[in-house]
Write a protein that binds this ligand. Structure first.
Ligand code: XMP
Length: 516
């Protein structure tokens, strides 16, 4: 681990589902934050030289053996620490407190009374709503601790050590259900850790450009453009750093949405004079997919075909040493579970479209420290159009996994039209940015209908719109009924071959966002 160029507050992760959120909340206050496994050593921490440490929550219980515990010396490094939930229990236990499973477990919104506002709870009302989610709690504090707040069932909802900069909260300040959570984190960052707030996107851009220039020197870089925000911002940043030494490849696999390739090329050419290689591989992909209806097989075929096309195309370009990829910070942290174990299997398919090492390029990943909202802010600072910056994520296998069953030209045409209508109407209603992902799916069933005096037997379109923080869990969006009615009417009237539209009201888990 190397020292960062800016101030950093680290989040030591004990397996909390909220660790990402803690890091994001900190960065929103212009302080850089990074998530680190609880196995981190004091030496590694010293190298990072953090202004503060947050001990995350976690599903384990400190009263049980073999739970994740950090090196106890971390508590004695004279670095301010805030323990959240499990982090409070673990930290205060190391410093002498007693923890036990509580008689009344607390889950959800709870009223909390503040007794002492010093530093951590500064500027808050005396009664605040907080979000609790715990089974264990502190039941006895040693004399060198002070209780700052309590709830009906939790006498030590917030605590501080009298001599050390150790603070703890039993509730979760990082979630929106704790409305004063941001103020609490602000107090920790600026009043206790004395951060200056030097993490801004414009300084990030300047630094990233310098780093790219130093990293690649005079060599050429290749970048696969997909039209999504990650690859576009990656290319834009690298273009700023090395100009014409960047070559981009855009592959039209025939599985893109309506006018997608035209829009990407236009947006890119307008904004940058980049060396853009457009590959029309539509026939190639569709031929390979002919007769295939198994989702995993479709994914594999598309993944392999993409690699082959990319390989052939990149061979035409001389002297390329580096490959730029739009890897984001969550792509990296998702692959480290709290116990250092492997990534959950459900994510493995997301590597479809990633390019293998056998291509022989070295990687440049200028976004690998960033969350999606930060990538969008960078895109905006670099002058990319809103249409690209706010585009919902689109899977590598494209519409092939939204056509249930075999992919054919005719079915692609139907789905493209229906999807386009849905997105247009959501944009017109001003809801596009609030939705994580919205799309249409073409089902492999026909249903009976009547149009005019005639009986029809045609396709069914399912609409899906989800809200999500990280795409690992998601809920369906309560779209206004009038909007759903408008989308449905337009699809049935305008898309030939569709006589029924349904709305998907499943959350993830147990469903997934995509249907295949
Ligand atoms: P699921 O369906 O697993 O999707 O809930 C979660 C997110 O991942 C996207 N997704 C993919 N992205 N290749 C990709 O690049 C894939 O094979 C793939 N499958 C799903 C999906 O669109 C959603 O954003």
């Amino acid at each position: 681990m190397h020292k960062e160029a800016h101030e950093i507050v680290i989040v030591i992760d004990f397996g909390s589902q909220y660790s990402h959120l803690i890091a994001r909340r900190i960065r929103e206050q212009n302080v850089y934050s990074k998530i680190i496994s609880y196995k981190v050593t004091p030496d590694e921490i010293r190298q990072l030289n953090p202004k503060g440490i947050i001990l995350s929550g976690g599903p384990a219980s400190v009263s049980v053996k073999d739970t994740p515990r950090c090196d106890e010396k971390i508590l004695f490094m004279n670095i301010p620490i805030l323990g959240i939930c499990y982090g409070l229990q673990l930290g205060s236990q190391i410093l002498g407190a007693k923890i036990k499973p509580s008689k009344n477990r607390e889950y959800g919104r709870t009223n909390c009374t503040i007794k002492d506002h010093s530093l951590l709870l500064d500027s808050l009302d005396s009664n605040i709503n907080v979000w609790m989610s715990h089974g264990d709690q502190v039941i006895e504090l040693p004399d060198d601790f002070q209780s700052l707040a309590y709830t009906e069932n939790c006498p030590y909802a917030a605590v501080r050590h009298k001599e050390k900069d150790f603070y703890g909260v039993q509730f979760h300040p990082e979630v929106t259900h704790t409305p004063s959570g941001n103020q609490i984190l602000h107090n920790f960052l600026f009043k206790i850790c004395h951060c200056s707030g030097d993490w801004s996107m414009s300084s990030y851009i300047d630094r990233a450009i310098k780093e790219i220039q130093e990293h690649v020197g005079k060599e050429r870089v290749i970048c696969g453009l997909s039209g999504g925000v990650d690859s576009t911002v990656t290319a834009a940043l690298i273009y700023k750093a090395i100009g014409s030494k960047l070559a981009c490849i855009f592959v039209d696999n025939g599985l893109l949405r309506s006018n997608e390739s035209e829009r990407v090329i236009e947006a890119f050419k307008k904004n940058f004079k980049v060396d853009l290689h457009f590959v029309d591989a539509r026939d190639r992909f569709l031929n390979r997919l002919s007769g295939v209806s198994d989702p995993e097989q479709k994914r594999k075929i598309i993944g392999h075909e993409f690699i082959d096309v990319f390989k052939e195309e990149s061979k035409k370009l001389a002297d390329i040493k580096y490959l730029a990829q739009g890897t984001l910070y969550p792509d990296i942290i998702e692959s480290i579970s709290a116990h250092g174990g492997p990534t959950a299997k459900i994510k493995s398919h997301h590597n479809v479209g990633a390019l293998p090492a056998e291509l022989g390029f070295e990687l440049v990943e200028p976004l690998k420290d960033l969350f999606k909202d930060e990538v969008r802010r960078i895109g905006s600072e670099l002058g990319l159009p809103d249409d690209i910056i706010w585009r919902h994520p689109f899977p590598g296998p494209g519409l092939a996994i939204r056509i249930i069953g075999e992919v054919t030209e005719d079915r692609l045409k139907i789905l493209r039209q229906a999807d386009d209508i849905m997105i247009q109407e959501i944009k017109t209603a001003g809801l596009y940015k609030e939705i994580g992902q919205a799309f249409a799916v073409l089902l492999p069933v026909s249903s009976v209908g009547v149009m005019g005096d005639e009986r029809t037997y045609e396709n069914v379109i399912a609409l899906r719109a989800v809200e999500t923080l990280d795409f690992m869990t998601a809920d369906w969006v309560r779209l206004p009924h009038d909007l759903l009615a408008k989308i449905s009417n337009r699809i049935i009237n305008e898309v030939i071959g569709v006589n029924r539209v349904v709305y998907d009201i499943s959350s993830k888990p147990p469903s997934t966002i995509e249907w295949e």
